[in-house]
Design a protein around this ligand. Structure first.
Ligand code: MHF
Ligand code: KIV
Ligand code: MG
Length: 266
């Protein structure tokens, strides 16, 4: 069973670990077989499951439903669940909604933002709920960014992201996710904080990697993001099976063959 202690040990050892998004039982069982280290019930389910064009319509009840599906079906992975859009603006709301996801089976609550989350991070940690803070391209702010665009480019933006990362870790964040930031910045953040850092489109030097499951099985709607690799049709997955794709992803992240330079931004 993977715990936060396992991931902290991985960071110390330099053992790279995996995360995949998952929303239902059968895939969760296959991820258990492939020994995927951590699972994220991502609010990306709004796009890949519900058919919306952003993550904004997803509700806390949706997240709790999918979290419970996974918690019943996978006993190996550490389970992270996203608090969805506008469900953690005020402290009381954030606490109520975190409780729903923890009681549905999450082990860690993931929230998007920077140093403005510090008070919430501390409150949840004191109440027994570890947090993962998602920085960089935070999809719940797509309307602020004006699209899904790389973040943290330029000295000022990079300095702000590094300061945000340090602040939330000082406040008690247990994990970080860095999405679509230059690889050099992701490396600097990973070295600057004591907690494990999970990257997507953030280069090979973060402690862990995450992908949306559908993407890594070659099911992409629209343009294929740079950080996606299709592990289903990869020749190393000779049977082109779903379980083989999960196992290959686990192996490729562990042995450092994924991600490569073609999956990152500079
Ligand atoms: N299926 C899926 N995969 C994801 O990775 C994902 C979701 N859905 N939904 C929520 C967010 C949205 N994400 C996205 C979506 C698109 C790009 C994208 O097209 N990125 C461009 C970079 C643009 C730039 O250069 O600034 C790319 O080429 O990767 C990135 C992240 C990541 N998340
Ligand atoms: C892309 C990952 C990190 C995520 O937040 C999601 O799947 O919702
Ligand atoms: Mg998300």
């Amino acid at each position: 069973m993977t715990t936060l202690s396992t991931l902290n040990k991985f960071k110390k050892d330099g053992t790279k670990f995996t995360c995949l998004t998952c929303y239902d039982a059968m895939f969760a069982r296959m991820m258990d077989k492939a020994q995927i280290d951590t699972i994220l019930i991502g609010d990306s389910l709004g796009m890949v499951v519900q058919g919306h064009d952003s993550t904004l319509p997803v509700s806390v009840d949706d997240m709790a439903y999918h979290t419970a599906n996974i918690a019943r079906s996978n006993k190996h992975a550490l389970i992270l669940s996203d608090l969805p859009f506008m469900s953690y603006v005020t402290l009381p709301e954030a606490v109520t909604n975190s409780r729903k996801l923890m009681q549905a089976g999450a082990h860690v609550i993931k929230i998007e933002g920077g140093s403005e989350l510090c008070e919430l991070v501390t409150t949840l940690a004191q109440a027994g709920t570890p947090t993962c803070v998602h920085l960089g391209l935070t999809p719940q702010s797509v309307n602020v960014f004006g699209g899904y665009k790389i973040q943290g480019r330029g000295d000022e933006a990079a300095d702000k992201l590094l300061a945000d990362a340090k602040a939330v870790v000082a406040a008690g964040a247990a994990l970080l996710v860095l999405e679509c930031v230059p690889a050099e910045l992701a490396k600097a953040v990973t070295q600057a904080v004591a907690v494990p850092v999970i990257g997507i489109g953030a280069g090979a030097d973060t402690d862990g990697q995450v992908l949306v499951m559908h993407d890594m099985l070659g099911m992409v709607h629209g343009r294929v993001p740079r950080f996606v690799h299709d592990f289903l049709t990869d020749e190393r997955n000779s049977e082109h099976s779903i379980e083989g794709a999960f196992a290959l992803y686990q192996q490729a992240v562990r042995d450092g063959s994924f991600p490569t330079e073609q999956h990152q931004f500079s």
